[in-house]
Design a protein around this ligand. Sequence first.
Ligand code: FEO
Length: 167
Amino acid sequence: MLTKKLQDALNKQINREFFSEYLYLSMSAYLESIEMEGFANYFNIQAQEEHFHAMKMFNFVHDKGGRVILKPLGEPKANFKSVLEVIEEALEHERYITKSINELMDVAIKENDHSVKSFLEWYVDEQVEEEATMSKLIAKLKLINGEGLGLLTLDNELGQRKYTPEE
Ligand code: FEO
């Protein structure tokens, strides 16, 4: 069983993971609109990963005998000034999600639920990787000034990325 406090906190995080999927799809749509197909592919895959994060938690709540309640998702930002702005906002969003996961972990610790703490470790580790990936992309974009042949090469590289379902 889950305490009411923990169930509410998990439901809030499920909503945030689904919103992340929605936001990354919106970023992907913007990138398509400016012919950055590789970056669009990259964010399409990010969106699929966020869907996985949401569903992993969705299933966990059920495994724990809890109740999932889905809430509205809100409107994701649709327009950006540049590819760099997209990635910077994605990094900012990931930092917000990291904070949110940490707060959720704090609730699990306070409620003394060891199975939830163990489950959340995966998300804690995942956030380190998510933030690092975005930071590296920002560094690369700055290196090439976010334009020209460098941008096309990077776009081409990101176009090769494929979604590999996680465990
Ligand atoms: Fe599910 Fe990118 O955090």
